[in-house]
Design a binder for this molecule. Sequence first.
Ligand code: ZN
Length: 132
Amino acid sequence: MIKQISHLGMAVNNLEEAREFYRSVFGLESSEPIIGGDGDIKVSMVEVGGVLIELLQPIGSEGVMAKFLEKRGEGFHHICYEVDDIDTEIASLKASGVEVIGEPNLGAEGMSVFLHPRGTHGVLVELVEKKE
Ligand code: ZN
């Protein structure tokens, strides 16, 4: 079962510039950047009203985020929903014909997996089961 929106992922060219923009223009502080993905992205979180904005800057030019930016430019990248049980959710989505990308991975928030935009009306969807 989907419980709530966990975060919205935004692709940015320069994380420090984006963090400074969120701080000075929107008045929103962001977390210290961490390295995520397979070591190919730098991530910082901005909290607003219980929802997180995930700022994503590629490291290097080979990863999926670098390819996304090259093709689509900066902007909205994915929506992440928090689920209570990721394995149950994946099984039910697969049964509905939704394309799940790979296997769940342990990230900063918990186990997460992506759904291909082909099966979700054009939106890259991430599911996360938060760690206790
Ligand atoms: Zn995410």
